[in-house]
Unconditional design. Sequence first.
Length: 315
Amino acid sequence: VSTQSTGTQRKTEKTKINTQRVPPWIRVRPPAGKEYLSLKQDLRGLKLATVCEEAKCPNIGECWSGETATATIMIMGEECTRGCRFCSVKTSRNPPPLDPMEPLNTAEAVANWKVDYIVITTVDRDDLPDSGAAHFVETVKLVKQKTPTILVECLTGDFRGDLSCISMMANSPLDVYAHNVETVESLQRWVRDYRAGYRQSLSVLEHAKKVRPDLITKSSLMLGHGETDEEVRKTLRDLRNVGVDCVTIGQYLQPTKRNLKVEQFVPPQKFDEWKKEGECMGFKYVASGPLVRSSYRAGEFFMKNILRPDRTRIE
């Protein structure tokens, strides 16, 4: 049975579940706190777009108010050349050209922003020969030059499987290389753009680790598309087999009416089980919960448990 037909079949079988109401464990409190309000005020004077605000992330209050303030910014424009069905980012075959001043402007803005850990992500830019890899690397270099103490996580696309682009990113001064598989293998063609792929995503993570064995690699998985427990388990095993160190597991929530509907709401107890199972598989860090997202409190956990201890041993 083909991957595409399997996804279509499941979509048909799960139609009735789409009418269910959002369960109480999905609801969150409005963000508040001195640290959150301070960061929000700082943003007004900086030309810096955060995914946290634009995507209305439910964890913005936690991430911005944690012991290690963390924020996610998006570069290379607001229009993506791909059209993943779970994502609400605008799609365009011909996005505007890259802003050559963006790397420097981003670095200067981050330097004036009081964060300890920054996640830099991008839209997919299949219209560019290198998918924007050189622009991404330049941004990371300048951010590190302007703020040497900051930790940088890069959440990258797959660069169309171009290993030279992946090598370029892995050899930049980033601290964490992240790339998301998003869903289980059988549902890839239903959930993601046809140019993305499960095996291609695994190859990205595997190659980054080969280029820099000491590099922390990370991926994320959404539940609620109709996947089975065994498929989730297999995905976690596949990620560990290519050397992935950290994984986040969260509930898919439909961002707009145009996006895929939720096939099922996974209860919190099940996320707790996946956390324990992931830890038993050997992941250094597993964040698993209904509202967990790819960069959930990344700075706080990575600095405490992985990056700082590793750096201390090296020094």
